[in-house]
Design a protein around this ligand. Structure first.
Ligand code: GMT
Length: 376
């Protein structure tokens, strides 16, 4: 099939899922066309059946705000016609779903029919979508998508609670290709450089937005490191970084905290991580937690949103209430306190991640593509 994938190309879960999905579809022989405004961060596969179409923005002084949605719509029309696409799959509702709907209408006026799938990822519903300035467009484009998928049961419930939905919503969880996270001698794994004296290594990965509660990560780490020698690696970057640097100084832990920036291949960090912290206010899924589990790293997370679907309490790690720093630190210490417990949790973390293997999830997307393209 010829599949157009619309996504945010930046360092964020929805773009990563969309890119990895496209790469996997291409490996299976589909022709995949990524359509967005910049090269997606994880689009590192050089293959004949992968294409990238950049949405160029026309910079005209009259526009205080560039009309990206219109440029995207025109690009979708253009690519669909000239590449003869069978289906469009848009990730993140705003503005991708409404652009796809508009493109579909334009194409229909030219007697070209193309179905589109909208995959909701979380913040498009729980944070941004609920805003009254977007709500009518979101509701309309969800209800007028040819299919709607969400990445967790929790996000399905949130979508039904926040919007007046008349369309079916199918849950297709996020996925992982395990071989990308397996340790091997040819992969870089710099444990001794980050923890030269055998300290436990603790990692957090995110876009450092408020919703991630990265300040909690520092506070949990301080409590853990008072009992167990440890190092903290913060991967990513974002608006909270300045406050984190300040808090790190206030807590007196900067010597043990390293901010490593936006690393593209997170498996290089996860390969030597002992514990992963994700104390988010909410997460529709928590892809970074799944990346940790697939790297045999137990996870301490909050119990909000879709996190309990990804992290199994007492097995792949532990769940705590949002903001309960003491509880998260206590549970972290209980995992790290002796090598046997840590080894057991590492094994269980990996075992649990197998529920989200690419082999189990990809056929669900393919089945949906076939259903829509073969519908009368
Ligand atoms: O977490 C973010 O701020 C990024 C956001 C995105 O849209 O890229 O992530 C959302 O989608 C991911 C992929 O499906 C999920 O794993 C994240 O849990 C979700 N983020 C939130 O719900 C806060």
């Amino acid at each position: 099939m010829k599949i157009g994938i619309v996504l945010y190309p930046t360092y964020g879960g929805s773009g990563i899922v969309a890119t990895e999905l496209g790469k996997e579809l291409a490996k299976k022989g589909h022709e995949v066309h990524f359509i967005t405004y910049a090269q997606p961060v994880r689009l590192d596969l050089y293959q004949a059946n992968i294409f990238y179409h950049e949405v160029a923005i026309f910079d005209y002084p009259l526009f205080d705000y560039q009309p990206y949605e219109l440029a995207l719509t025109s690009k979708l029309v253009d690519v669909t016609i000239h590449e003869n696409l069978d289906i469009l799959h848009v990730h993140y509702a705003i503005p991708h779903a409404s652009a796809a709907y508009f493109a579909q209408q334009i194409l229909r006026s030219k007697s070209i029919e193309i179905p589109f799938i909208t995959t909701l990822h979380g913040t498009d519903i729980t944070l941004v979508g609920k805003d009254p300035s977007f709500e009518p467009v979101i509701t309309f484009s969800i209800n007028n998508s040819n299919a709607v998928t969400v990445v967790s049961e929790s996000l399905k419930q949130d979508t039904l609670n926040h919007f007046d939905i008349t369309n079916d919503i199918q849950v297709i969880p996020n996925f992982i290709r395990h071989s990308n996270y397996e340790r091997s001698s040819d992969k870089k794994c710099l444990r001794s450089e980050f923890a030269p004296n055998g300290e436990a290594t603790i990692t957090h990965i995110s876009n450092f937005r408020k919703v991630k509660r990265v300040q909690d990560v520092l506070r949990i780490f301080k409590k853990i490191s008072e009992k167990i020698p440890a190092k903290l690696l913060l991967v990513g970057d974002g608006p909270e970084r300045m406050y984190l640097e300040q808090l790190c100084r206030e807590l007196g832990i900067c010597n043990d905290v390293k901010m490593v920036g936006k690393i593209q291949n997170v498996s290089e960090v996860l390969c030597h991580t002992d514990l992963f912290l994700l104390p988010s206010q909410t997460e529709s899924f928590g892809l970074s937690a799944l990346e940790a589990l697939a790297s045999s790293v137990p996870v301490i997370s909050t119990n909000s949103g879709g996190l309990p679907e990804v992290n199994k309490d007492g097995y792949s790690g532990y769940l705590s209430d949002v903001g309960d720093i003491d509880d998260m630190a206590k549970k972290g210490i209980s995992i790290l306190k002796d090598p046997a417990t840590l080894a057991r949790f590492k094994k269980q973390a990996y075992a649990h991640s197998l529920n989200f293997s690419i082999e189990a999830i990809l056929p669900q997307y393919e089945a949906l593509y076939y259903k829509l393209t073969h519908a009368a």
